[in-house]
Design a protein around this ligand. Structure first.
Ligand code: UT7
Length: 323
């Protein structure tokens, strides 16, 4: 069976780190409030010369290096972002030329906000398994700092900037211990599209707009939707949560991570947590966390790993893969 096998991971963070204490100097907040409600201690914020495409390019380069392959062999780039460099062209095309990926290959962006990386993985996996491409660079990259309302303490303390990338390769897999993406489920429910949104855009205000969120309602939906989609994916692939080696969740809030792990009866040691250092980097959060855990040696070849995310739309999804 043709499967999309992960052959490399990479990530990139803006050079400037901003602690809760730094933020408290310009926003009416405290380190205690942020840590207690979210688990966040630090985030990285892009400088003027750092953009979604530059971060994505750096993350992509690290993923290609880790895979040990030439950029020219990449024939598909799917970049998940809600903060592209320009309204168009797709930031994926900027990455394609910056990295020297195959000219004439496929490159496009996916917009599903915090679930964007899961959507990008789902799309890339489908295209690889149907033979439309052979090697995909799948990226989540964001500069949410550019769309934050720095007067709104209920949202501006929650987010950070960054990028993560993976290389997927179409490979024939046989037998019980098949590597690659084993199952992915994606969902959206547009009835909730005004609970987490940006109040501007090219076709309405002609401006970029700022992020608005009803945090408590998003929180409630996140815990329910994530537990459901995780069970759905495990069921489809024929596994139980006991079989999982690692959960790599979207890093929005430590309390959501804890609640989701509890619902699945997963011990906290199996959950990859980076929200304390990166805050919520939207589409970048899952591949950033995955890359960190691969590089520090926790996630190894043969491990069964679940990725999940939930975000604006609402959109949510999960993907199960064997490394
Ligand atoms: O990635 C997409 C998915 N997004 C999420 O998953 C976010 C989900 N939601 C959350 O993580 C939480 O709802 C928040 C962290 C956003 C908020 O936590 P909460 O426990 O739901 O707090 P709240 O919004 O109900 O606010 C509680 C209090 C309020 O004060 P009063 O009205 O009770 O006096 C806020 O004004 O905390 C106050 N507050 C703050 N205080 C200090 C809100 N933001 C801050 C702040 N510093 N930064």
């Amino acid at each position: 069976m043709l499967r999309s096998v992960l052959i490399g991971t990479g990530s990139a963070l803006p050079r400037t780190a901003v602690s809760n204490a730094d933020l408290a100097q310009r926003v009416n907040t405290t380190d205690e409030w942020i840590v207690e409600r979210t688990g966040i201690r630090n985030r990285h914020i892009a400088e003027a010369d750092e953009t979604t495409a530059t971060l994505a390019t750096n993350a992509g380069r690290h993923a290609l290096d880790a895979a040990g392959i030439d950029a020219a062999s990449i024939d598909l780039i799917v970049l998940a972002t809600a903060t592209p460099d320009q309204t168009f062209p797709a930031s994926a095309t900027i990455v394609q030329s910056a990295l020297g990926c195959r000219a004439g290959g496929i490159a496009f962006d996916v917009a599903a906000v915090c679930s964007g990386f899961l959507y990008a993985v789902g799309v890339a996996d489908s295209m690889l398994r149907t033979g439309m491409a052979k090697r995909a660079l799948v990226i989540g990259a964001e500069t949410f700092s550019r769309i934050l309302d720095w007067e709104d303490r209920g949202t501006c303390v929650l987010f950070g900037d960054g990028a993560g990338a993976i290389v997927l390769e179409a490979q024939e897999q046989e037998g019980d211990l098949q590597r690659g993406i084993l199952a992915t489920r994606l969902h959206a429910d547009g009835a909730h599209n005004q609970l987490l949104f940006v109040d501007g855009g090219p076709s309405t205000t002609g401006t970029v707009g700022k992020l608005r969120m009803k945090g408590r309602e998003v929180f409630r939906h996140a815990v329910v939707n994530l537990a459901e989609v995780l069970r759905e994916v495990l069921g489809e692939a024929g596994f139980s949560s006991d079989d999982l080696d690692w959960l790599v969740p979207h890093q929005a809030n430590a309390r959501i991570l804890d609640a989701t792990a509890r619902k699945l009866n997963l011990p906290p040691e199996k959950v990859i947590v980076t929200v304390d250092r990166h805050a919520n980097t939207s589409a970048a959060s899952v591949p950033l966390a995955l890359d960190q855990a691969v590089r520090d040696g926790r996630i190894k070849r043969g491990d069964l790993v679940m990725l999940e995310a939930m975000g604006g739309g609402f959109t949510w999804g999960a993907s199960l893969l064997r490394i």
